[in-house]
Design a protein around this ligand. Structure first.
Ligand code: GDP
Length: 335
């Protein structure tokens, strides 16, 4: 539990992020967790508004997420998808039947005039997720992936092409004029700590950081910012993070993670497999803690959640001690 009762704020995206949030929610009261979630992957599918990362976080915090797939609802069926396919509708993006229900509900709320934040808050309550879930922005921001066959939406690249096409660049359409969703900047300013989940730094955390004002808020918050590496042994644990980092000019290593987050990161949690890079970073002044960061099961997830809380406490104590020392030095100078 956070010492002050102030929330721990997690910036998060897809599967790695959802695994981490599950672990954190097992390690502390979920109602003290605020998730700021990527919406760059959102898309219209069969006329319904689908928000893959908001869905995953809502499912994980309401105990519904499919463990096997890492997305969608546990034990869901795919009758609607199969019927749509039989009727000649596109079916490259799989949505389960209970998923369709959620997308219908969201679409109804949005068409009824609610903002994405309001719809998300209502869905969070209706599904019984006991945490605060905030979309990064109510403005549409769309992650676009440049490939030799032209620009693709993120899910077209990730699911449609199974991330097997070369990536030339990544951009976030609409980000320049986007505004942080209500509650996002306040959550960052008044957090006990901010945690950057082990999500894809380019396409899950990148869109959040591209919303004007969020990077600045992270750089200026008084709360410690702790990032968890999504890389183990200079490779992504899953998914296309390595290719996307390379295409975005980031080294595929802890150095790339440090580069992506350098303006605001106070502590980096990395894997033992990257200990050599970690010690180079430590020598250049970055605080790095190495441990086993692969979340194979619930126990691993909870352990990483508990370790993150421990890091928050340790870093806060360290800063208090530094502040006391600085005061003592100043007083010593004055007397
Ligand atoms: P995606 O949209 O499913 O790719 O979702 P994310 O943004 O969460 O990206 C997945 C990221 O999580 C990848 O970079 C993975 O390397 C990372 N990841 C997945 N599982 C784990 C894990 O168990 N531990 C850590 N540290 N990272 C993980």
């Amino acid at each position: 539990m956070s010492a002050s009762g102030k929330p721990i704020v997690v910036l998060t995206g897809g599967t790695g992020g959802a695994k981490f949030v599950a672990g954190l929610a097992a390690a502390m009261p979920p109602k003290e967790i605020t998730c700021i979630v990527n919406t760059g992957d959102d898309l219209d599918w069969w006329g319904l508004r689908v928000c893959p990362d908001l869905d995953s976080i809502t499912y994980v915090l309401s105990g519904r997420l499919s463990r096997e797939r890492g997305w969608g609802v546990e034990g869901d069926t795919f009758l609607c998808r199969d019927a749509m396919k039989a009727y000649g509708a596109p079916a490259w993006f799989s949505v389960g039947d209970k998923d369709v229900a959620l997308h219908l509900l969201r679409t109804q709320l949005l068409r009824g005039g609610k903002s994405l934040s309001e719809a998300t808050a209502e869905i969070t309550t209706r599904l019984g997720a006991d945490a605060c879930i905030l979309p990064m922005s109510n403005s549409p921001v769309e992650t676009r992936v440049g490939t030799p066959e032209g620009e693709l939406g993120f899910e077209e690249y990730f699911v449609g092409r199974r991330f097997q096409v070369p990536v030339e660049y990544v951009r976030f359409q609409g980000s320049e004029s986007a505004r942080p969703a209500p509650g996002v900047l306040d959550a960052i300013a008044s957090a006990e700590a901010i945690v950057i989940a082990p999500s894809n730094p380019v396409t899950s955390i990148g869109p959040i950081l591209a919303v004007p004002g969020i990077r600045e808020a992270l750089a200026h918050t008084g709360a410690p910012v702790i990032a968890i590496s999504p890389l183990v042994g200079k490779a992504a644990v899953s998914g296309p993070a390595a290719a996307l980092m390379a295409a975005s000019g980031l080294p595929v290593s802890l150095f790339g993670i440090a580069k992506a987050y350098h303006e605001f990161m106070d502590v980096l949690i990395a894997d033992y497999a990257d200990a050599a890079d970690a010690s180079v970073l430590v020598q250049s002044g970055v605080r790095v803690h190495t441990t086993d960061i692969i979340m194979r099961n619930d126990e691993d997830k909870k352990r990483l959640g508990l370790l993150t809380i421990l890091m928050v406490e340790q870093y806060s104590r360290l800063r208090t001690a530094d502040a006391r020392q600085a005061t003592a030095v100043t007083q010593g100078t004055q007397s």
